[in-house]
Structure formats: structure tokens, C-alpha cells
Write a protein that binds this ligand. Structure first.
Ligand code: SF4
Length: 188
């Protein structure tokens, strides 16, 4: 019988699983969940994902129990990281929750700050996308350099979390718009 690295780790980790399952929860949350006496192996679901932080793109396994993440670990079968995660990747669950509760600082809706305003307003995605598109077009039209087929009025600033395919699309879109100031945070 062929045993993959992942299935070996799953089998050998089963006895220790209960101990580590609640890593990241506070004592009260662990106690409350333990008292329910539910067979955890039937309640915890695992999903694979890609770390959202940088373009290395490490693979991770997320264990979810009820409505909370109980553990995030490196995916041993992922060809890039082979089970390892750096501290940022290991802290990925904090995007979703802090101390076992939903992260109150997480933005879930688009926020808009008007020019010269200090206040943020909640807007719909439709409003946001229409506004960005119409302002980008107005800026492009008013700064278009016809002789060179370019605009000096727009710039694009990419981030390390963009993957290969996203970088390709972003670069294509900007070139099509005539953007020449196309940069990436890692170079700055
Ligand atoms: S932040 Fe760390 S864990 Fe996440 S993809 Fe980059 S190297 Fe991997």
C-alpha cells in the first residue's frame, strides 16, 4: 500500500490531533467546545488553500470547527512549501478571527473616503467599481499623450500577494490603458 506523506502525517497525527486541534483558541472557548463531547473527527472539516500574504504561494490546510478556524498548518503535499509556513502564513487565521472570535478589524464592505474628507463612508461594490472606472477614464482622457499613445496621469502599484496570473492580467490591463508608471511594492 502506498502511503503519501500527507496520509502518513494525518494517521500519525490522529492521536495528537485532539491536543493541537484547538491551537489558537482561548481556554474558555476550548472548554466550551470540549464539554459538548462531540466526536471531533466528524465535526472538523479540512480545506486546502493558498497563503494570501505573498507571491511565494505556500499551500496550507485549514481546519474548521463549527464557525471558527481551529488550526492552519502547512500542506505537506504542496510542491512549493512541503508543509512549512513562515510566521505570517502561520498567523493567517487572524485575518478571520482573534482569540476565537470574529476579527473586528476585518473590512467586509467597501469604504470610500471623499477627497479632503476625514470620514469613511460605506458604499456598494457597484458604486465603487463604477466610480473607479469613470474616474480612471476621465483621468486618462484628460492626460492622454496622443503622439506617444500613453497617459502620464495614471499609475499602478501592485503588491506581493498578487500571483503570476493576476500580475499578467494587471499588466495587460495597464498597458491597454496606456499606463507607463507600472510598479510593484517589492521594488520600492
Ligand atoms: S507569507 Fe510566508 S507562508 Fe505565506 S506565501 Fe509567503 S512565504 Fe509562504
Amino acid at each position: 500500500m502506498e502511503i503519501s506523506r500527507r496520509s502518513f502525517l494525518k494517521a500519525s497525527g490522529a492521536t495528537l490531533g485532539g491536543l493541537f486541534l484547538f491551537n489558537g483558541l482561548d481556554d474558555k472557548a476550548i472548554m466550551a467546545r470540549s464539554l459538548k463531547k462531540v466526536p471531533l473527527q466528524q465535526k472538523v472539516t479540512e480545506s486546502t488553500t493558498i497563503c494570501c500574504y505573498c507571491s511565494v504561494g505556500c499551500g496550507a490546510i485549514v481546519s474548521v470547527y463549527e464557525d471558527g478556524i481551529v488550526k492552519i498548518e502547512g500542506d505537506p503535499d504542496h510542491p512549493i512549501n512541503e508543509g512549512a509556513l513562515c510566521p505570517k502564513g502561520l498567523a493567517m487565521s487572524q485575518i478571520h478571527q482573534l482569540d476565537g472570535k470574529p476579527n473586528p478589524y476585518r473590512l467586509t464592505k467597501p469604504l470610500y473616503r471623499a477627497p479632503n474628507s476625514t470620514e469613511w463612508e460605506e458604499k456598494s461594490w457597484d458604486w465603487m467599481l463604477d466610480t473607479i472606472a469613470s474616474r480612471a477614464k476621465a483621468t486618462r482622457d484628460s492626460t492622454w499623450v496622443a503622439s506617444a499613445g500613453r497617459t502620464d496621469g495614471l499609475a499602478s502599484f501592485g503588491g506581493g500577494e498578487l500571483d503570476n496570473e493576476e500580475c499578467y492580467l494587471l499588466s495587460k490591463m495597464n498597458r491597454a490603458l496606456g499606463v507607463v508608471y507600472l510598479e510593484h511594492c517589492a521594488r520600492i
